[in-house]
Design a protein around this ligand. Structure first.
Ligand code: XMP
Length: 329
């Protein structure tokens, strides 16, 4: 792979004008690199791949094919938003793969966190490779690699995810296209905003690759997974209403695999708890618990216990990192 360097004198992209200059430069470079050829992109809906998609749509339009794999572990509304923004509004070629059953069947009964991660990662590559094999004459593979990914892989902290793990017959077929590789995350967001992506996509909180799978503690079941998804949606809605979206680094819910006794309408219940976690951090290596308004939390407890099926109790995780990690698995 070519040796990528962020130009030493490169200005931090923090204004719409600088973002537009970057976009213009990249569009010209992408057209030059790609010519009349076709490009493939795995589009998760995260900010990096979404910005890459938006750039490529402007640069080469229908020469781009996006593949969005729904593994069943996405947040509420995410697959719908990807389809709405990229297929309906931006008119991209978008292949939507409903792989929910496939992932959940593979994960059934698997409780060990790293094994869950491994299965999700492998299955994702398999599904994407199957789609890639169906397409003919595709020369380029686009990726949302950003500058910290390159720094981390240089430092040996984590493998750079370039074509990472794709089977050889697929990886060898493609040349990489990485239009945001010299950008830091905050710069990707400024560029995304300038490209007209919705705020809910541009300013979204970090979301782990294994998605809600690591927040549905232990062996994933469909009913507990729905409880994670629904409670997460309520939490995000209430944080947004209170002006906290984009202000707190990461906030989400977890559903453990135990039940406790409760009472609803005078009847005994025996149901799961939902754990609320909200943290602030600079680099995710350490993290502080976010201080939250007690009345807001009481309202969230009320909504989650009344609106989420199978849940009778809400807990608030007040553990910093260390000793807790941010995710529960
Ligand atoms: P932890 O739980 O280790 O998380 O304190 C630190 C940050 O990394 C995210 N995270 C992941 N991201 N794949 C990812 O892409 C993963 O398997 C994964 N595990 C944790 C986590 O959400 C937090 O932002």
């Amino acid at each position: 792979m070519e040796n990528i360097r962020r130009p030493e004198n490169m200005q931090r992209i923090n204004t719409p004008e600088l973002a537009q200059a970057f976009i213009d430069e990249q569009l010209a470079a992408l057209r030059e690199q790609i010519g009349e050829q076709k490009v493939l992109l795995a589009l998760s809906g995260g900010v990096d791949s979404s910005v890459v998609a938006a750039l490529l749509i402007q640069a080469v339009g229908k020469q781009l094919t996006c593949v969005h794999v729904n593994h069943g572990l996405l947040r509420k509304g995410e697959p719908e938003q990807v389809i709405e923004v990229f297929r309906n509004q931006m008119k991209a070629n978008l292949i939507y793969v409903d792989a929910v059953d496939r992932f959940l069947n593979k994960l059934a009964g698997v409780a060990e966190p790293e094994k869950k991660r491994h299965i999700i990662g492998e299955e994702f590559i398999d599904v994407f490779a199957e789609e890639a094999r169906k397409l003919e004459d595709v020369k380029f593979l686009a990726q949302g690699t950003i500058w910290p990914d390159i720094l981390e892989s240089d430092a040996g902290i984590k493998a750079h995810h370039n074509a990472g793990g794709l089977p050889d017959d697929i990886a060898d077929r493609f040349e990489l296209v990485e239009p945001v590789r010299v950008l830091f995350k905050d710069e990707v967001r400024v560029v995304g905003k300038q490209l007209g992506l919705p705020d809910s996509m541009v300013y979204r909180q970090p979301f782990p690759g294994p998605g809600l799978g690591v927040r549905c503690v232990g062996a994933i079941t469909r009913d507990r997974l729905e409880a994670v998804r629904e409670s997460d949606a309520i939490l995000r809605e209430e944080f947004a209403k209170n002006g906290l979206a984009g202000k707190i680094w990461q906030y989400f819910t977890i559903v453990p695999d135990f039940k406790s006794t409760g009472m609803t309408d005078g009847r005994r219940t025996y149901e799961w708890p939902v754990v609320v976690r909200a943290v602030n951090t600079v680099d995710a290596v350490t993290a502080d618990v976010a201080e939250l308004d007690f009345n807001m939390m009481a309202h969230i407890v009320d909504r989650i216990t009344h609106e989420v099926k199978g849940v009778n109790r809400v807990l608030w995780d007040l553990t910093p990192k260390p000793t807790g990690t941010i995710e529960w698995e």
